[in-house]
Design a protein around this ligand. Sequence first.
Ligand code: SAM
Length: 297
Amino acid sequence: LEEGEALHPKGWHMDKVADNYLRLLKIDSLLYSARTDYQEIMIFRNETLGKVLVIDDDIQLVEMDEWVYHEALVHPALFTHPRPSRIAIIGGGDGAALREALKHRCVREVYLVDIDRRVVEACRRYLPEIHGGSFYDSRVKILHMDGMRFLENPPGKFHGILIDLTEPARGPAKELYSKSFYELASKSLTNDGIIALQAGSATFHEAEGFSPFLGYTILASLFPKVRPYLVGIPSFGSLWCFLMASRRYDPLRVSRRTLAKRMEERIVKTRYYTPDLHKSLFVLPRFLLESFENRNK
Ligand code: SAM
């Protein structure tokens, strides 16, 4: 194709998974699209995948498998902690990480800090099956500000900080993929607090400037216990890496029995996460183990 020539047919969303790797998703019905002060938002329906949220051309979530991602971001960390009650979610304007965090009965207060009010407004209106009413829970405080500014002056310390941001390549999240951001996050955690983040694709990352390995190196300079983990997310076209870090707790040292007890006491219902699955999330394939080891020699 010549430069400038249309790459994809009208009525399709072109998803760039990586350089030289594109996929097309049919826009069966367009529900919302807007250019905000920060980014471009689009919500559409695809007959096979369900509702799709796209920001700056990047798929943020797909109804078919968003629960895999959001359960993986939230539950391993919150079940590793014996009694998480104050939580902060940085980003996460779709309300799905919020939905999962609120399932834990011991959670008394959740700050949702998303820079873009219009993402929250659009998701509140067009994605009720994703947020599941979480925005209306009385335990929730929604703030529209930069996550970095929020953690510079946080309203107290948190037992859990969950980072659910857009990709670092462009847009307002760029500055938050940095050591200075994680230093602030570390200071905003209680002594036994846990941080969890989505750290990007396990296979395609170099072009983004941030990778799970860089994230690991940053966290390992701030926390004694850092654990990478992995899930497959079909709609992201890749295996996906997450990182969890804490000064006190190691997710691999919590027994299956304790996890099952916590799950029962907190009355958490899931579709992906189980106490049996918990440890297996942290068992990495050889190519990743070697990458993490090589980066940290
Ligand atoms: N699961 C997603 C993915 O694909 O990586 C992330 C979803 S969530 C919609 C990402 C949110 O991060 C967006 O709503 C965006 O407004 C928010 N965000 C980006 N930069 C931010 C910043 N500096 N501070 C707070 N929120 C930010």
